[in-house]
Ligand binder design. Sequence first.
Ligand SMILES: [Ca+2]
Ligand SMILES: [Ca+2]
Ligand SMILES: [Ca+2]
Length: 470
Amino acid sequence: MPTHKKVQPQFRALAGSVAAIVAATGALSAQAKEVAYNADGHPYVKGEMLIKVKSKASLERFLDRSRDSLGSLAVRQSVLDAKDGTWYKVQVKESVGSMFAAREAAQAEGVLVAEPNFIYETQIGGKPNKPEPGVGGPDYEDVPDLPDEPEEDPRLGDLYGLELIDAETAWAVTQGSKDIIVADIDTGVDYNHPDLINNMWRNEAEIPGNGRDDDRNGFVDDIVGWDFRDKDARPFDDNSHGSHTSGTIAATGGNGVGISGVAQRTSIMALRFLGGANGSGTSDDAVKSIQYATANGAHLSSNSWGGGGFSQALYDAIQEAGEAGILFIAAAGNANSDNDAAPSYPASYDLDNIISVAATDSRDSRASFSNYGATTVDLAAPGVQVLSTVPGGAYKSYSGTSMATPHVAGAAALILAAYPDLSAADLKSLLLESVDSIPGLDGVVLTGGRLNIANAFEMARSRFGAPTPR
Ligand SMILES: [Ca+2]
Ligand SMILES: [Ca+2]
Ligand SMILES: [Ca+2]
């Protein structure tokens, strides 16, 4: 057994719960899943690895040759077609072990990379709700009409974050657009929540509930996104984390209900790969979520999760999203540690399309839990005691870099609504270069500042001219 350098408490807590959750849903495998840890203390699914090969033939050759040394390995499924190879998930004989198998596989001819199937978690302080049992989700309710004249959101005044980032000034330019699609890759969304239902993405090319893949995107009856954890068309939120992040991105503004997101209007694509009490999920399902967002028209994604080791599969998926012009906005992590010294994935991948977000409080101080990094964490956003939507038409306050990240995602959606032709690089530089400089963030994050969306619009006007809001 490798000696663990340092295992963070949040990882230890996983062991029992993931096995129990997986056993309860039966979704991943008939075999009970157990958690193991690599030498760096990162959790992965015991008995599984992801393997990247040049071709299916090289995979089969490897499996044939290694039956004696590694036991009978079973190919589970292909995970991602990267430009230089294909990723497969492989079931490894438990007595052999994923780490050993991955090391062996990496030596084999035709195998490009092999790695364990890491486990990631939501980046929230404490764990929110007891998960609701069961797979799937409720039927889609009819989308209500918005009021003809905007009606005030009664709890808007409780959102100190919107005030700090100057959302109201930005709303004078645009309140957002349903044409801009934000993939919320998380624990799912309460897509019937009265403050979210109007801003859910609707896959217009799909006929709901007819058991057919009408738009031929590989997913049957996918209306608001997909549930990669339970492998069904209803990415309902069993945890409350994903509904909360969605509300910060784009709870419906001016509908006379609850709050508003940073974008009053946008389209939220719900991609669920995390779930259960700990809000955990695996590399392969994260990769498939990112791939879905890329293939189905998302403009950016919001990613309030982390904690796994370096995964080349995840790197490949985020890079592919970047090549499609998609920003990947990611939580810096909640370990109060320096990402420059100890990277936190996925936020710390060295890819141009990633924005890594730290959390600050109502006085613009770095949250005590927030990771930082003078070169690898880009900017801060409000992430302490943030009020947002949770399932059942309710609202709660949570803290975490999980809550900071969707502020940046909402801001990006708002800018894109006014400047739809911006490249991902231009959008990123606007968000980063227009921050409010905060002395306490100097040397703590790359920009030394906290998101300010009104500044970003001012900068956009000077760089790109008058907005053309949708
Ligand atoms: Ca479909
Ligand atoms: Ca259908
Ligand atoms: Ca509202």
